[in-house]
Every structure is written in structure tokens, then in C-alpha cells.
Design a protein around this ligand. Sequence first.
Ligand code: C5P
Length: 243
Amino acid sequence: MLSDFSSTPKRDRIIVALDCSADRARALGDQLTGHARWVKVGMTLFYACGPEIVAYFKERGFKVFLDLKLHDIPFQVKGAAASAARTGADMLTMHASGGEAMLAAGREGAQETAKETGRDPLITLGITVLTSMDEPTLRSVGVERTPRDQVALLAGVAKESGISGVVASPQEASLLRDILGPQAYIVTPGVRPAGSSADDQSRIATPAEAFDNGASHIVVGRPITQAPDPVAAFENIAQSVRS
Ligand code: C5P
């Protein structure tokens, strides 16, 4: 599924990563209601709370990015994507290295649930190369290409499978925009407002740079969730990307 995200204001394309305890995630959700449009629920939170945590944010009007990074045989991934879509989540990740058939199966599972529920189909994203996988680590698992070449190859696999887009670092966003075309979702973590701590992120860009490089959506976690005033931190970022 491709999108017409360009008509959505950039502030509504900032995804707040809630990598924290369930209590803290709920409290942040309450604070950010009416400000942020999207939250990201990762494996830690989802395995602790299950579908209930998605329902919590949906009830408060958020869109939910369920970052579960699926990777299994196509039959299993189809079922997992169908189940993930039934939670009400809006966006789901799968490892592109699982291959074209696996990604297509995830897309089909999401579409089946959309037909069943009448809701918009889940946006399906491929993870290309994790930023934790540097060149030596890739070689150690048998991949001889540079990370950038491997990202480009896997983006091609994602495109062929018909899924909605990919997750990538802001540095790779422009390369991916060229490969995937204007309507693909390109979601970039590794985003830091000018002057804020990089934490453990190494290849970072500011929110405005990430969008300029071709990101459709940006993921920002700790600069918002660990700020003394998360709402002010979110609003500062929203202000910095105002077009
Ligand atoms: O706190 P921070 O802004 O660094 O959070 C970034 C989020 O994006 C985290 O949930 C992290 O797991 C995720 N992510 C990432 N780099 C990737 C893929 C996902 O930082 N390559």
C-alpha cells in the first residue's frame, strides 16, 4: 500500500518511540494526547502487555506503530500480521531479509484483516539492515556487501513484495527514495534535535534534515520521553519541521 502522506503535516508524521515501562508509556500517552499523532510500541512493551497496550493508545486517538520485526516462514508471518492488524495497530515491521514471499505473506495477512474489520490496511514496513549491524558483523553472518549496498538490495526485495515501505537511517533515506519512488513510506529513527544528546545513536540527523532527505515519517524516542517536559520537547520538534 502506497500513500499520499505529503498532504499530512510533518508534525503528524513524528512517531514517539515509547521504549519504557508500561506505566511510563501510559503516562506519556496521556501527556502527549492532542499533541503527537503516532506512538511506537516495541517488543519489550508488547510482550509485557499484549494487545491491551495498543488498545490503550488507540482509545486516546493515537496511531500505533507496532515494531515487532517479524521474521519466520511465510505462513507464520501471514498469520502474525493478520493478528497484529486485529489489535488495531496501524503500522508493522518485518525483516526484509526474510525474502519477498515472506513480506508478501505479511502484506496479505494484513489485507485479510482489513477486509474482515473494514479498517484501513496495516502499513507494512521492511527492516533492511539494523544500524547495529556494521560491516564486520555483516561479514560474520556471510554478507559480503557494504551495509549501504545491502540496504539497497533489501529495499529492492521490499519493493518487489508490494509492501508499503522500509525503515532506514536518515542517511539512507535519499537513496531509498530513489529506489522506492515518491509514495513509499520511509520511516527513519536515529533522529536528534539540533543540540540534543546523541545517546547511543551514531548516524543521526535533525528532524528537518531527515524529512529533507526523503523520510515520510521520523521516529524520536529519548529526546521526548526522557525530557523534563515531554510535551514541550515534542512541540519544539514539531516547530522545527513546520513547512
Ligand atoms: O530513543 P531513540 O530516539 O534513539 O529511539 C529510536 C527508536 O528507533 C528505538 O525504538 C529503536 O529501537 C528504533 N530503531 C533504531 N535504529 C534502527 C531501528 C530501530 O533506533 N535501525
